[in-house]
Design a protein around this ligand. Structure first.
Ligand SMILES: [Zn+2]
Length: 242
């Protein structure tokens, strides 16, 4: 086994998916190294230096059996890995999400909310920060700041942008066995009551023209709205393409 293949197999065993273990250190493997470094509080530079190798040798896997099995049985077609590589800083397709972001529920961080927000189903509960995957958090923070500048407080309330419907949530998709994009902390829901899953335009509130600047702010950073492209789930925005 080459050093590169050993590196990939150790990272994968720890739940930091590298795509196929082929001994080729491409963008997905480098992303896995960076995530491993962050998890072990090492300098995050994506290089498999002595500290990384020592940490990989020393540590045992902390991944729960279910996640380990999911990583083990994961099939990411080579073509998808190449697409991830090609798009660089932009988000992967949904099929490439496990390889790109790693195990569900890992590498989460908090983003401070730059405007007033409350929990959609408990409006007395203020939301001061939301939990997101550490790779999408800086992008989400920029978008939320744009939204704070684009709309007044009363406009945000009228649109329901102040009603938080969830971000990180390690669960399966409704009616399916695949993980929801929320399981990686790469999706955010707004005002679920007025944007129910099966509602399209014009019933869903966020399908109305005054929501366009909101969606443009996300789309500028490569985020995707299922409402905008598939006319359902207008509450939801995600850092993954279809
Ligand atoms: Zn959602």
């Amino acid at each position: 086994m080459t050093f590169e293949a050993w590196l990939q197999s150790r990272l994968t065993a720890h739940g930091f998916a590298c795509g196929p273990i082929d001994g080729v250190v491409g963008p997905v493997t480098i992303a896995a190294i960076r995530a491993f470094e962050a998890s072990r509080r090492l300098p995050v530079d994506g290089r498999a230096d002595e500290a990384v190798v020592a940490a990989l040798r020393r540590s045992s896997s902390r991944v729960d059996p279910e996640t380990a099995a999911a990583v083990e049985n994961r099939v990411v077609p080579e073509a998808e890995i190449q697409k991830i590589a090609l798009v660089g800083d932009i988000w992967p397709r949904q099929s490439g999400v496990p390889a790109f972001y790693g195990a569900v529920g890992t590498r989460q961080t908090k983003v401070a909310m730059p405007f007033e927000m409350v929990l959609a189903w408990s409006k007395a509960t203020r939301i001061r920060s939301i939990t997101l995957h550490e790779w999408v958090a800086p992008s989400a923070e920029r978008v939320l700041q744009t939204i704070a500048a684009l709309y007044s407080a009363s406009e945000r309330e009228a649109l329901g942008l102040n009603l938080f419907g969830g971000s990180l949530n390690v669960r399966r998709m409704r009616g399916g066995s695949a993980w929801s994009m929320h399981a990686w902390g790469i999706a955010i829901d707004f005002d679920p009551e007025r944007n129910q899953l099966k509602w399209g335009a014009p019933k869903a509130r966020l399908s109305h023209p005054d929501a366009l600047p909101f969606w443009k702010a996300w789309e500028t950073e490569g985020w995707l709205s299922l409402g905008r492209v598939r006319n359902y789930d207008f509450m939801h925005v995600q850092a993954a393409r279809l």
